[in-house]
Design a protein around this ligand. Sequence first.
Ligand SMILES: Nc1nc2c(ncn2[C@@H]2O[C@H](COP(=O)(O)OP(=O)(O)OP(=O)(O)O)[C@@H](O)[C@H]2O)c(=O)[nH]1
Ligand SMILES: [Mg+2]
Length: 288
Amino acid sequence: MSTIQDWAHALMNPSPVGLIIAILIALTIPIFLHTVVFKASGLTTLPSILLLSPSGSGKTSLLTLFERGTPASTHTSQTPLAVECSLPVGTTASSDKYRSTHDPTSLTHKKFLLIDTPGHGKLRHHAQSSITNPQNLKGLIFLVDSATLSAGDEGLRQTADYLHNILLMLQKRSTGSKAAKALKDIPVLIAANKMDLFTALPAALVKSSLEAEITKVREARSKGLLDSGIGMEDEGEENDDWLGEMGSKEFRFKQMEEFDVSVEVLGGNVCGEEPKVDRWWQWIAERL
Ligand SMILES: Nc1nc2c(ncn2[C@@H]2O[C@H](COP(=O)(O)OP(=O)(O)OP(=O)(O)O)[C@@H](O)[C@H]2O)c(=O)[nH]1
Ligand SMILES: [Mg+2]
């Protein structure tokens, strides 16, 4: 009987050690929960948009325009570059769509990270590693120089080649492992740049010539694989490298929807008398 009473006394009496332990627990649990939950939700990094394209199509110019309001003169980039940008006045991020206009948070503009990558053939691994290890990646902007995309142009072939590889990477992500699938699908904007030049193709034509050229790239790739004997013994392997709908004659960007990759083509220009980039801003805003 007395032992029970002793226990009860010990429990009820304020002891300094018990007090300190209680205070420590009360203070550390919220901090611990905050770090664990916050890290897991990925909110520690800003939403980011990745810029990529062959060299000279205007990525760095676009980055400086978005950051400062005017495009600066540029040199061929050799390293990736990330800058913090905020949506311009008048565009609302889709995640803020239901906020009241009087909400003070809507006065501070939605921030995001714009990542420029080098377009040179030997430096494209930077862009590719950003896709395979995305950090809160919300979208991909593939910039093209609309003035170099006429039929038979070397620029068209190179652009289609790079775009084919990027789309294939995205397609493989969506058909790949469960972990890759759990990552959010990454939408693609094909920004048809340099519309100020009179030799530039209109956006609709940029789209159709890229589709036609990717059809050729896709065919050449699958022939190359067959000739080299890769994938002969294993049908499944070979099919993995076919972009878009299996067995389709012509490649269409629409075929990417099957893999949850949306592709949109919008025209604009970074340089020239007056930059025209509002539709690209709108596209970004809808993804944030
Ligand atoms: N006329 C015209 N020229 C442009 C436009 N956008 C970019 N340029 C020019 O295109 C050239 C190449 O631009 P960059 O921004 O350096 O190209 P980049 O894509 O960063 O190239 P890399 O860094 O080599 O991958 C520059 O001389 C720009 O002035 C545009 O809308 N219209
Ligand atoms: Mg550059």
